[in-house]
Structures are given as C-alpha cells and as structure tokens.
Design a protein around this ligand. Structure first.
Ligand code: AR6
Length: 178
C-alpha cells in the first residue's frame, strides 16, 4: 500500500528489512553497542558482513533516540541508519525516545541526500513497545517531518508480521481519509 503525501511516497509492506534493494538506506533497530544481536540487528549484520560491525565499533555506544549512519557493505543499499529505540517501561518517556528515533533517522538520511529510507517497527520486538502504541508515535512523528524533507521521496515501513502490517495499513488508510 502506498499513499503519497506532500510529494513523498509513504509505503507499507510486509518483508525483511535486510532485503530491500529499492531503498538507498534501511534503519537498524540497534542496541547501544551497535553490535549484531537478534531481530532486525541480527538480520542486518548477517547480510552486511563483518565490515559493518567494524565501522560500528567506532561510532558506539549510542543513547536511546540517537541515530548514526554507516555504509551498508553487502546489503543491497547504500547506507544503514542505526537507531537505538527505547526499552518499554525503562527509557521514559518512551514516546519521546521513539519519536526521536524516527526524527533523527529521517534528518540523517536527509543530510546525506538519500532519496529513500526503510524503517522496521523499532522497539516493538525485544524492547517490548506495544505495536499499537508505537504506530501512533511513528506516523505522528513522520508526518510532522515531511515538510522539512527535500531529498527523501520514499519512506517505506517494512513489517515482519501480518498483524503489524494490518496496524500500519489501517493507520495509513485513516491518514489518507484525512
Ligand atoms: N525485518 C523486518 N522486521 C523485523 C526483522 C526483519 N528481518 N526481524 C525482526 N523484525 P527487534 P527492538 C521485527 O527485536 O525491539 C536486537 O537484538 C520484529 O518482529 O529487532 O528495537 C538489538 O540488538 C519487531 O516487530 O528490535 C537490540 O538489543 C521489530 O522488527 C534489540 O533487539 C523490532 O524488533 C532491539 O529491540
């Protein structure tokens, strides 16, 4: 599903964030050390190869809400934006940290003149953020940033489960209806 707003395509798909060849960059739901872990970080590091972690060691640690950018190595993209989401119930207020993740990732992509960026559902796996609460923060934050984006023409949300896909599709549908 795609909905174009302010000349920017907002796309929602089911898939693997490490297998998105149409995107300039993908966002990693990272840990503070930017090390390979489970979930998204595991998939991204596995596909990118060990050179990614090598570059990451120079940038770590990062704090909740922060984002840094590296090359993508063997991934089919130019860059990876690594972002540390909040641990639900620990990094409070979680909404603010999660919003910072999305905002900082978009601004970093913009600064690097990237034209397309893919997001997983940050913090909603191992970090325990309820997906139905996270999706509200995601779209509120991204929509607020759209007017500031000059280079980004596509923002793709890559969801891993049918449930998350439906949540995002419902939200985008509501937005399209105004
Ligand atoms: N592509 C897209 N989405 C995925 C993929 C994938 N390949 N794999 C999992 N998801 P998580 P977090 C979904 O746990 O909550 C890591 O170990 C997943 O189903 O990857 O921010 C790091 O090292 C869920 O909906 O990220 C950190 O320690 C969402 O992506 C910690 O986990 C996020 O799940 C970060 O936890």
């Amino acid at each position: 599903m795609i909905y174009t707003l302010q000349n920017i395509d907002l796309e929602v798909v089911k898939g693997d964030i490490s297998d998105q060849p149409d995107l300039d960059a993908v966002v990693n739901a990272a840990n503070a050390q930017l090390a390979p872990g489970g979930g998204v970080a595991g998939a991204i590091h596995k596909k990118a190869g060990p050179d990614l972690f090598q570059e990451c060691t120079e940038l770590a640690p990062i704090k909740p809400g922060e984002a840094v950018i590296t090359k993508a190595y063997k991934l089919p993209n130019r860059n990876v934006v690594h972002c540390l989401g909040p641990v639900y119930g620990k990094d409070i207020p979680e909404e603010e940290y999660l919003a910072s993740c999305y905002k900082n990732s978009l601004l970093l992509a913009e600064r690097h003149k990237l034209s397309s960026l893919g997001f997983p559902a940050i913090s909603t796996g191992i970090f325990g953020y309820p997906p139905e609460l996270a999706v509200e923060v995601v779209f509120k934050t991204v929509l607020a940033e759209l007017p500031k984006l000059e280079h980004l023409k596509k923002i793709k949300f890559v969801l891993f489960s049918d449930e998350d896909l439906r949540l995002y599709q419902d939200k985008l549908k509501k937005i399209s209806l105004g």
